[in-house]
Write a protein that binds this ligand. Sequence first.
Ligand code: GLP
Length: 280
Amino acid sequence: MEVIVCPDAEAATSLVAKLIADRLRAKPELVLGLATGRTMERVYDHLVAIRRSTDLDFSGCRTFNLDEYIGIPGDDAHSYRYYMNRHLFDRVEIAAGNAFLPDGMASDLRAEANRYEQAIREAGGIDLQLLGIGEAGHIGFNEPLSALKSRTREKALTQITREQNAAMFDGDVNRVPLRALTMGVGTILDAREIVLLATGKAKAAVLARAVEGPITGMISASALQLHPNCKIVVDELAAAALTQRAYYDWVFQNEPEWEDYRSEIAARLAGPSGSDQLNR
Ligand code: GLP
């Protein structure tokens, strides 16, 4: 695991977008695992900006989202399908047939979960999985007590998660669905590379437990410690409770693979012309 601490949320979301763009350039038929949530909105904005200002091409890429609410149709503004269309799919050339989400309206949810796992396998597995973290410590919707070997399945949402996501339902927690279909922790760990992004002080405590605490099904994000190629990208606020900060910073400042990324952060800090450069 590597922890990259960026000066602010803008730099963190921009760094993640650049990493996705770099992987897509290196492999045009990339299989990309995607996440929703407010944190990701800026990542998709940055990615669209890179698409518009460079030769980045999404036409060979296939995407698999982590999760979807049960009982909310794809054309409803609260569904994750709708979120993805709005923030990414309608803005770049990802064909509808190449953008997969679990179907939360399926009449047989177990069969739908199995079908989703099968589709990921048929695509050759996920090359790069993007993750956020919920305040309950979840990745996808893998709430406390999720088995660390779990696969795509139906999961009941905790009250903390429903409260956290109420903002997307006009602040009304009672409108947030009780259940979701989500990739399992085992499904996520099968990805060849993982990037978890967290910003803001509300994530600081749970992020420190996930990264530096014991591996536990109570915080499904802690299972990422088992993954051989996992990056955690955070802003200063989300990094506030980490104890090994000097070590993480040393690695980021010295490892050659981060050289371009370091220069972009430096350019951003240097001023407005620097921040333009981030989108190139
Ligand atoms: C939802 C998603 C998670 C995401 C989380 C964080 O619960 N199922 O995959 O990580 O939101 O959301 P936000 O970025 O809004 O804090």
